[in-house]
Unconditional design. Structure first.
Length: 66
């Protein structure tokens, strides 16, 4: 999905923002299934989502270059 929505310019930066957006959604979902996730420390989870966005953006940018 990210490969379809991230722009071709500054893909890594936009990937980072996408990761933060995904974190905002992920970490605020209500429900019984996500209760254990919400109980974990927030900062490491946000950092994980941010890293995912950066890595995904870098991978997408590299694939587009080829």
């Amino acid at each position: 999905m990210l490969a379809r929505v991230l722009p071709r310019r500054a893909t890594v930066g936009w990937g980072a923002l996408a990761g933060l957006g995904i974190a905002a959604l992920d970490l605020n979902l209500p429900g019984e299934r996500t209760a254990r996730v919400r109980a974990l420390a927030t900062a490491p989870q946000v950092a994980d989502h941010l890293a995912f966005g950066i890595i995904a953006g870098a991978a997408i940018a590299e694939l587009r270059r080829r």
